[in-house]
Ligand binder design. Sequence first.
Ligand code: GAL
Length: 345
Amino acid sequence: MKRTAAILLALALVFALTACGGTAATEPTAAPATQAPVANTDPDPVPEDTVKEINIGVCIYKFDDNFMTLYRTELERYLKEDLSSDDVKCNVTVVDGKGDQAEQTNQIDTFIANQVDVIICNLVQSSSAATVIDKCKAADIPVIFINREPTPEDMALWDKIAYVGADARQSGTFQGEIIAETANKGDWNGDGVVSYVMIMGDPENVDAQYRTEFSIKALTDAGIEVEELVKQRGDWAQEKGQELANTALTQFGDQIDVIFCNNDAMALGAAQAITANGRTVGEDIYLVGVDALEECQQMVKDGTMTGTVLNDHIGQSHTAADVALKAVNGETLEKNYTVDYVKLV
Ligand code: GAL
């Protein structure tokens, strides 16, 4: 028995030694330490980590503006749907300046504090461009100005800024040409002079200045004599267009051959005033606007508006978004990106 027990003990010892030896040989103590870094540098991508997020702050001068509503809606859609992909996600925040530059400047400060990658800015006051540029330059956040053009001096302040818009001289010229191309060249009462009412946007805006100037220049360039009966600011708004046209029609009656409006919203108001005063577009008065709002395109077809000029919010918003992403990618920017107007009669 003692011998058997001794043999069993010896066998158990051999087994135990072999087992320990095997374990020691296949489990180096350094293994966990060397495996961990390998696991951390695993080249297999985790999808969420590879999506590049771009934060874009958009300042609109005021939401309550027909044309800028079309513009901002398309801008946001294009950035979120067309320019976002599996690799890039555009996070867009659009804010309403409510026609108040102090409010918009605060909104820009907030975008800077939140470290957005780029700002797309429709200034409330073009004259505030330098302040906005200085702030964004200090924070190294590029700015793409839209719709309200800063001066060339302001645009020279930094290279990470650009302006995307349309040349308002062209829209004014088209408005004048629409009238010069009518059968009676704009002169309903046959007195040899085109007597007109000019309903302006806000006079600080180059769109308003150029449309006012170049619509009339197109008539005089065509050798047509003109007389300005009224020139008033309507701030791009339908109610003001209606009010101003109504006052002018009451005061000047049949003397008025043409009502020029710097935009379609004001032309919609003027059209209401024309009807209320017993006048008929295409029969005893002409009416032109700019923007080609859907309603106005229909009115041009129906003859209740003489013509309008397409202000291409789709082309402009897409260009603004494309240029904003170029800026984020550090590409060199042009100073101006211009989208053409189109005459609609
Ligand atoms: C013009 C447009 C107007 C108004 C204005 C705002 O280009 O024709 O309807 O939106 O911009 O700045």
